[in-house]
Design a binder for this molecule. Structure first.
Ligand code: FE2
Length: 236
């Protein structure tokens, strides 16, 4: 998918937010929670739209077309899930905006990588993987002096591939250095990547994605945080 204009991208983003909220909505047992879920959906939609508008100048660049639009779609879906959880948990408006912007921009650094590697439809070799891993630091360095991007967003961009046990990248941080916002983005990032169709594999069913992710508890995800976030997204 290639976008002809920013307004087209915005209308696609609106559709993606609605689709993602609809998926969450369907998983909820609404008998006693309808009012709560509707209110969360409404707030999520408003926050997504306002942050997307604030980032318009950034999205004007060819970020929308990274990986033929996949990165943009993925980032909008990750942000929608993360904002829904953040509102549910009662985080402050500033914290939620920081999470939203961080998730929307978490893979922005990919636009500085080699086109051939980003668009490869076959299995990646070791050099490709090492090259792809540079996107965290490249995205972070791009925004480091931008006063319009909150610190929490910059932390998400830099740290969303770090693991609790120090086996992640780019710096091999451990749980002590990873805040809730980063772990929230990381969890939504992994879930959406597994549950989406890719050129080299079909989407994994939601229940299988969750089963695969459970194996990463203690390695990539903190157990209590994993359980709380999955419960809020009705993925447990
Ligand atoms: Fe990433």
């Amino acid at each position: 998918m290639l976008f002809k204009s920013l307004s087209e991208a915005q209308s696609v983003a609106v559709s993606l937010v609605k689709e993602e909220l609809n998926r969450i909505h369907k998983r909820y047992n609404l008998y006693d929670k309808e009012h709560l879920v509707m209110s969360l959906e409404h707030s999520t939609f408003e926050i997504m739209l306002s942050n997307f508008k604030e980032l318009q100048d950034i999205f004007k660049h060819n970020v929308l077309e990274i990986n033929n639009g996949y990165t943009f779609e993925h980032s909008v879906k990750v942000a929608t899930m993360a904002v829904f959880v953040a509102i549910f948990m009662g985080l402050t408006k500033d914290e939620i905006d920081g999470i939203c912007k961080g998730c929307l921009l978490h893979d922005y650094g990919k636009m500085f990588l080699d086109y051939e590697v980003i668009h490869k439809n076959t299995t990646l070799n070791e050099n490709d993987i090492l090259h792809l891993r540079k996107h965290c630091m490249m995205g972070f360095n791009y925004f480091i002096n931008n006063p319009d991007i909150p610190i929490v967003s910059k932390q998400i961009i830099l740290n969303h591939h770090e693991n609790l046990d120090g086996t992640g990248y780019p710096r091999g941080l451990t749980i002590k250095s990873l805040n809730f916002s980063t772990q929230l983005c990381s969890l939504c990032d992994v879930y959406d990547a597994l549950a989406s169709d890719r050129p080299y594999r079909s989407a994994v069913p939601s229940s299988s994605a969750v089963t695969m992710m459970k194996k990463e508890i203690g390695v990539k995800f903190d157990k209590s945080m994993f359980l709380i976030i999955m419960r809020i997204l009705c993925l447990d």
